[in-house]
Design a protein around this ligand. Structure first.
Ligand SMILES: O=C(O)C(=O)C[C@H](O)[C@H](O)COP(=O)(O)O
Length: 202
């Protein structure tokens, strides 16, 4: 799935916090217009689930996903609202089981070799490396890649417009995540042109 999606979208996944439901659709349209189509809406705000359904219904070019999934209930709620993929900052046995039962694209969050091995054992080969920079950044990803070359990562956490290229250059990185494409000041100012420009610059 990710391979097909990455033929349509730039390999950068905005990590989106929606405070106001009315911003969901124009924000998604701006990102899509800039070529960024993989959108991770985090379940950090009360508006998040409604935002996922609004984007799913109104922005057909967007590949809408849910982030900050920490329980099976949250996963199911987001899938019911139209999420096409799901991302977690970590994993639990229950969450891995629910994601396996669903069978769709799920990125468990990992930060150590043992966590990578546990998620691998549960059948996952694509993971979120979180928090990427505090957990060792590029040198950690390179080190993990040596014994586990079959696993690839979406590093997220502490990555910026200045550094995302360096992560994408690694063999075991398929995409990079971050909040810099949808900064709170541009979101609250509803500056969709500036958000489109940030996406276009990728
Ligand atoms: O909400 C989640 O599910 C998370 O796992 C956290 C986010 O991925 C990071 O907070 C993004 O990091 P920044 O790009 O440094 O802002």
């Amino acid at each position: 799935m990710w391979d097909e999606w990455l033929t349509k979208s730039k390999p950068v996944m905005p990590v989106i916090v929606i405070d106001d439901i009315d911003t969901a659709v124009p924000m998604a349209q701006a990102l899509v217009a800039g070529g960024v189509k993989l959108l991770e809406v985090t379940l950090r705000t009360p508006a998040a689930l409604a935002a996922i359904s609004e984007i799913s219904r109104n922005v057909p070019e967007a590949i809408i996903g849910v982030g900050t999934v920490t329980s099976p209930d949250q996963l199911h709620a987001a899938l019911n609202r139209g999420a096409q993929f799901a991302v977690s900052p970590g994993f639990t046995p229950n969450l891995l089981a629910a994601a396996s039962e669903w069978g769709g694209p799920f990125l468990p969050g990992v930060a150590t070799p043992s966590e990578v091995m546990q998620a691998r054992e549960a059948g996952f080969t694509k993971m979120k490396f979180f928090p990427a920079v505090p957990s060792g950044g590029r040198s950690m990803l390179k080190a993990i890649g040596a014994p586990m070359p079959e696993v690839s990562f979406c590093p997220t956490g502490g990555i910026s417009a200045e550094t995302y290229h360096d992560f994408l250059a690694l063999d075991n990185v398929f995409a990079v995540g971050g909040s810099w494409l949808t900064p709170p000041d541009l979101m609250s100012a509803r500056n969709w042109q500036a958000i489109k420009d940030l996406a276009s610059d990728i």
